[in-house]
Design a protein around this ligand. Structure first.
Ligand code: S3P
Length: 442
């Protein structure tokens, strides 16, 4: 899946203009398939993200015996099989590049009476899985991983899972969700306490489908025993995809962007707060609610940005947005600082190192810390060649730098943009970036 041969070539551009929507939310799309599959009845999902990550989740649930049709590009019809209706597959279950798929499915499959093997691509096979294996083992699951605690994950048929009270050491929606999904199959209550609040789609969707879920501050409790009953799921646009255009609109020389139908769950919008702290001209011009989630239209215009210290408490609310933030910081006056973001080391790439090397290539002064970065902004950026390390968000973020660059930029190894944002390059070109996609580069 890494597809190191595709690259972006960008020439400097100044003006942006556009009025568009971004693709569906990746987190909600993954969960819609998993929960639709184990609900009773038919789930119609609209606004589904047709990205490689979420399509991998759909393919896996099909392998496990669930009928899933895709009558339109962004629409799924899932014939739910009920909590105990999944069937084992003799073949490996391939999560591709998707950490969310692997960690959530580990929880869902830990309580089944059949064996499963979860595998992933090179990047996913490097990512830490002990964070989910430890609580699952405490629940009685039997899962083998590599000595380093990485995939493949070989899940033995469950004899019996028991609910646990788990204080999660990392702020991770994936870990929380994994434990809650296993809790559906455990005896007694499962409770997860987070160190800091993270995105809450799993508990909200479980509750909407009829599960016995209660939330009390940072604690989420689930009592098993109730079947889930299918409900239509409308997926909002992904804030993390909108984020690239918020930064583009803020650093451009002129113009205005309107981004519609963007999910505005407060556990996702930390970058919006940070950009506003930097002096960005962004307004929420329309607000509504889709299936209980706040959504809105965002209008962004260029403005002079100031460097900021990102509050450590805000890190989980913008955990996927640091590559895009780094480009805004590189174009701001003064120094921006990020700390308390160790988790960035174990995303699709080591995002602290990947951002630091990328900014250096564009002549930006940057200092790497174990848990963050210091970035000295400048008014114009250099050009150069950026290695995205096969990380979709690094690739898209550095494409934006062409709005301030004095020379052409190449972004290498960009095929994985399709994991979360199919059509990114075409949309970026439509709003004014001078971007072309080359196949077969080094
Ligand atoms: C996700 C949670 C986050 C995020 C990822 C999607 C989810 O990961 O980075 O892109 O859908 O639960 P962590 O839980 O590892 O922080």
């Amino acid at each position: 899946m890494s597809g190191g041969k595709r690259e972006y070539r960008l020439a400097p551009a100044m003006a942006v203009a556009g009025d568009f929507a971004v693709p569906g939310d990746k987190s909600v799309s993954h969960r819609s398939v998993m929960l639709g599959a184990i609900a009773r009845g038919t789930t119609r999902v609209t606004g589904f993200l047709p990205g490689a990550d979420t399509l991998a989740t759909a393919a896996i649930l099909r392998q496990l015996g669930v009928r899933i049709e895709r009558p339109g590009e962004t629409e799924l019809i899932i014939e739910g099989v009920g909590l105990h209706g999944l069937r084992g597959s003799a073949q490996d279950l391939d999560c591709g590049n998707a950490g969310t798929a692997m960690r959530l499915l580990a929880g869902l499959l830990a309580g089944q009476r059949f064996a499963s093997t979860l595998v992933g691509d090179e990047s996913l096979t490097r990512r830490p899985m002990r964070r989910v294996l430890d609580p699952l083992a405490r629940m009685g699951a039997r899962i083998e991983a590599s000595a380093a605690g990485t995939a493949p994950l070989r899940i033995a048929p469950a004899e019996r899972l028991v609910g646990i009270d788990y204080s999660c050491p990392v702020a991770s929606a994936q870990v929380k969700s994994c434990v809650l999904l296993a809790g559906l199959y455990a005896e007694g209550q499962t409770r997860v306490v987070e160190p800091q609040a993270t995105r809450d789609y799993t508990e909200r969707m479980l509750a909407a489908l009829g599960a016995d879920v209660t939330v009390d501050g940072l604690a989420v409790s689930l009592r098993p025993g109730r079947e889930l009953s299918a409900q239509p799921i409308a997926v909002p646009g992904d804030f993390s995809s909108a984020a690239f255009f918020l930064v583009a609109g803020a650093i451009a020389g002129s113009g205005e962007l309107l981004v519609r139908n963007v999910g505005l769950n407060p556990r996702r919008t930390g970058l919006l707060d940070t950009l506003l702290d930097m002096g960005a001209d962004i307004a929420i011009v329309e607000r509504s609610e889709v299936a209980g989630e706040p959504v809105g239209t965002l209008r962004v215009r260029p403005s002079a940005l100031r460097g900021v210290d990102v509050p450590v408490t805000r890190v989980p609310d913008m955990i996927d947005e640091f590559p895009a933030f780094a480009i805004a910081a590189a174009c701001a006056s003064g120094t921006s600082r990020v700390r308390g973001a160790h988790e960035l080391r174990v995303k699709e790439s080591d995002r602290i190192a990947a951002v630091a090397r990328g900014l250096e290539a564009l002549d930006v002064a940057v200092q790497e810390h174990p848990d963050g970065l210091d970035i000295d902004g400048r008014s114009r950026l250099g050009g150069g060649s950026i290695d995205s390390h096969g990380d979709h968000r690094i690739a898209m973020s550095f494409a934006l730098a062409s709005l301030r660059a004095e020379a052409p930029i190449r972004v290498l190894d960009v095929a994985n943009v399709d994991t979360s944002f199919p059509g990114f390059a075409a949309l970026a070109a439509a709003i004014g970036l001078n971007i072309t996609v080359e196949e077969g580069g080094e």
